[in-house]
Write a protein that binds this ligand. Sequence first.
Ligand code: KG4
Ligand code: ZN
Length: 337
Amino acid sequence: MPLILAIESSCDETAAAVSSDNIILSNVIYSQQIHAQYGGVVPELASRAHLQAIVPVVDAALMQAGKEINDIDAFAFTQSPGLIGALMVGAGFAKSLALALDKPLIAVQHLHAHVLANMIRKDDRPVPTFPFLCLTVSGGHTQIIQCNSPLDLKLLGQTLDDAAGEAYDKAAKIMGLPYPGGPLIDKYAKDGDPGAFVFPEPKIPGLDFSFSGLKTAFLYFIRDGKLKDEQFVENNLSNICASIQHRINTILLNKLQVAALQTGINTVCIAGGVSANSGLRHSLKMVGEGLGWNTFIPPFEYCTDNAAMIAITGYYKYLEKDFSPLSVSVSARSHFS
Ligand code: KG4
Ligand code: ZN
């Protein structure tokens, strides 16, 4: 039963978790507030905020798990993709601990971890069996992955431009809502009619996605609406949010249906920040029930960036002795082999 301390610092969350086997003992997340006033994440400010937060966040994770640093068997960290300075803080911290305590170091790919968040057991929650499909939808990525085993992942399709989370955040920005807008669209959409306004569905071949055309269509839609009524957004906020959310989610789910048909796999998961979207969670269940899928959605706290998903991925890598040397470097980009 390895005890793993995991650190996530790829973007604007400083997070640490402790796991024992595939059980999460603690999961601490500090969401950096400094970026809200700039309407997006400022990389240099993120690095500095990670530096300030990492010691208290790791301390809290150990304390909540009831463990001492000397109990830890291996140190896992997010190696890629992400903001380079932000990644370096978590990597440097994990490496220092591994070196000082003479324990293995485990480099984790952030998108791999989002997928394996589905494998975290919590309160008798069932976990998917392999192989399964995973739609990973975050602020930086939109991918359909075929997961054959914990360490064997195949990319089937991805976005050619904006990510689904970006589509949410940009739509929110166009409406004048603060960053990150995804959760706000989700909130206002609850009282709206998803059929009130109709937005175009991009025609992209295969299992790839595109959201840039939808963004432009939405921009013109709001501009034209405001020409007729200065208070267009305020007067129609719920209906606009419900309609754009419906379109983004149907784009995602339509491709997922094609992937399931092509691969013959009917165990289907979602992951990443946008999988916190209540409309997407509900629609996945509905579509899944209609098509006889086994659907899985990670517990809410493991959807957006967190270190528990780094810990669970670290656990599977630990079982395979997939360790990294202290010379391993972080990388802004990464891909599945
Ligand atoms: O996975 P994540 O926390 O960070 C990245 O790795 O990017 O995803 C963040 C993204 C943001 O774009 C945010 O607006 C979106 O996830 N998001 C949501 C919701 N919660 C977070 N989008 C729609 N509805 C939500 N409830
Ligand atoms: Zn993420």
